[in-house]
Write a protein of this length. Structure first.
Length: 415
C-alpha cells in the first residue's frame, strides 16, 4: 500500500520518539516494536474498512493504545523512563501520562531529543547518521544502505550494534545542554542533509524523486532552526539549500514522467514561493562569520534560480563557488560537479581535464552520472562512439527505470 509507505516515513520517527521517552532509551527496541505493530494493525484494518479520513491521527491513537497496553502488562517486569515510573502507580495517571507524551508540541521536542541522542559520542559519525536516518527519518535499512552506498546486510548489522550501544547509554539527550548540543549539531545537520539528498537524487530502485523525503527533511530542519540552540547560521543555510533545491522538483520530471536535465527543464514550473523562502533563509544565514558547506551549496542553488534560461546561467560564479566548496568540504562528487560547471564555462575539453584531475575517482565507479557526464562532454566534442560507450556504462549502472529511460535516450543520441 503506497500510502502506508509514505505514512511510515512521515510518522514512524514521531512515534518512536514519543514512545522512547515513555519507555526509556534502554527500551528502544520495544518502542520500535509498538510502532511496527501499529502499522501492521493499520494494514489489516484499512484493507477491510478503507483508509481513514485522518490516517496520521488513527496511527497515533493506535500507538497510544498499544503503549498503554504494554505499560499495563509490563510495569512490574520492566524499568521504564524515570519521569514515567511514578505515574504508573494508578490506572488514571498511566493513561494521562501517555496522552501527554503524544502531545504534538511534546513530540517536536522528542524528535529533536531523539536526533541528538542518536549522535552519541560512543558511536562513529556514520553510525550516528544511520541511526538518525532510520529512527527519525523513517528510512528502511535498504534506503540507509543506498544513502551510504553500502549493502543492506552490512547496514542491518551496523544499525543493530548501534542501537544496542544507544540503548546501553540509557539516557535521552538533554536538548537544553548548550555545550553538548553544539558538539552534536554538525552530525544532526549532516543526517538531515542526507535525508533530503536521498529524496532529491533518489537511489531507490522504485523512484528517482521522493518528494515526501524532501518535505520531511525540510520539516525536521525547520524544527531544528526553531530551537534557540539550533538556530545557528549553518542550520539556516541548510534550510535555504533545501528550499532552493526543492523549488526545482516540479520540473525534474517532464510530462511523460521522464527525467529532465537542468538544460531542458521548464523553468516556469519552478516553485517561485519556495525560491523566495530559500532566499530569505539564505539572507538570515549570512549573520556572523561562519561559512559552512551549506552556505556555499545554497549560494550555488541561488545562482541557478537567478537564470531565466539555462544559457543565462552565471557559470563563472558557480565555478568560483565550487572552488570554495572544494576548500571547505572536498569530495569526488563535489569535484565532479565542479568539472561539469568548468565545462559549461570553458568548454568540454576543460571539463574532461577537470574530471581526470578528480582525486579518489575510483569512489565514483558505481555512480552512473559520472559516466554520463563524461559521455555528455565527449558527445559535445563529436566523439560519438566514445560517448556512446560511456552512456552504455551509465545505463548498466542505472538505479531505477526513470534513470534507465533517460540514459537510453542519451545512448540513442549518439547514433
Amino acid at each position: 500500500m503506497e500510502l502506508s509507505d509514505h505514512l511510515f516515513r512521515r510518522e514512524a520517527g514521531r512515534m518512536v520518539a514519543a514512545l522512547t521517552r515513555a519507555f526509556g532509551l534502554h527500551n528502544l527496541a520495544l518502542a520500535e516494536d509498538v510502532v511496527q505493530d501499529a502499522f501492521c494493525r493499520a494494514l489489516e484494518v484499512w484493507k477491510l474498512r478503507g483508509i481513514p479520513e485522518n490516517p496520521s491521527a488513527w496511527l497515533m491513537k493506535t500507538a497510544k493504545n498499544r503503549a498503554v497496553g504494554v505499560l499495563r502488562r509490563e510495569r512490574t517486569a520492566l524499568t521504564f523512563a524515570p519521569d514515567l515510573g511514578r505515574l504508573l502507580q494508578t490506572e488514571w495517571t498511566l493513561a494521562n501520562a501517555v496522552e501527554e507524551m503524544f502531545d504534538p508540541i511534546g513530540i517536536k521536542d522528542d524528535q529533536l531529543r531523539m536526533m541528538f541522542s542518536c549522535c552519541h559520542p560512543r558511536l562513529s559519525a556514520p553510525a550516528q547518521v544511520m541511526l538518525v536516518l532510520q529512527l527519525v527519518g523513517g528510512f528502511g535499512a535498504r534506503e540507509v544502505a543506498s544513502a551510504f552506498v553500502s549493502s543492506p546486510a552490512a547496514v542491518e548489522k551496523r544499525l543493530s550494534r548501534s542501537k544496542k550501544t544507544l540503548a546501553e547509554s540509557g539516557v535521552l539527550f538533554d536538548i537544553a545542554d548548550a555545550a553538548d548540543f553544539a558538539l552534536r549539531l554538525p552530525v544532526v545537520q549532516r543526517a538531515l542533509y542526507l535525508i533530503f539528498s536521498e529524496g532529491y537524487h533518489g537511489a531507490s530502485a522504485h523512484a528517482v524523486i521522493r518528494t515526501d523525503l524532501c518535505c520531511e527533511s525540510i520539516r525536521l530542519t525547520r524544527q531544528l532552526a526553531e530551537h534557540p540552540l539550533g538556530a545557528v547560521p549553518s542550520t539556516l543555510a541548510l534550510c535555504a539549500l533545501m528550499y532552493l533545491d526543492a523549488a526545482r522538483l516540479p520540473a525534474r520530471l517532464d510530462a511523460s514522467g521522464d527525467l529532465s536535465s537542468l538544460f531542458d527543464q521548464d523553468r516556469s514550473r519552478w516553485d517561485r514561493e519556495m525560491i523566495d523562502e530559500g532566499r530569505a533563509w539564505l539572507e538570515r544565514s549570512a549573520s556572523g562569520t561562519e561559512l559552512s558547506r551549506y552556505h556555499v551549496e545554497a549560494a550555488i542553488a541561488a545562482v541557478h534560480t537567478d537564470a531565466p534560461r539555462f544559457e543565462e546561467t552565471d557559470w563563472a560564479a558557480i565555478v568560483s563557488l565550487y572552488d570554495t566548496l572544494m576548500e571547505i568540504a572536498p569530495s569526488p562528487v563535489v569535484a565532479l560537479s565542479r568539472a561539469i560547471a568548468v565545462a559549461q564555462l570553458r568548454g568540454p575539453q576543460s571539463g574532461l581535464e577537470a574530471i581526470d584531475a578528480v582525486n579518489d575517482r575510483d569512489r565514483l565507479a558505481e555512480y552512473p552520472f559520472y559516466y554520463a557526464a563524461r559521455g555528455e562532454l565527449e558527445l559535445r566534442r563529436k566523439n560519438n562512439a566514445i560517448a556512446r560507450d560511456y552512456f552504455q556504462t551509465a545505463l548498466a549502472l542505472a538505479r531505477n527505470p526513470v534513470e534507465q529511460r533517460f540514459l537510453k535516450k542519451r545512448v540513442d543520441a549518439c547514433a
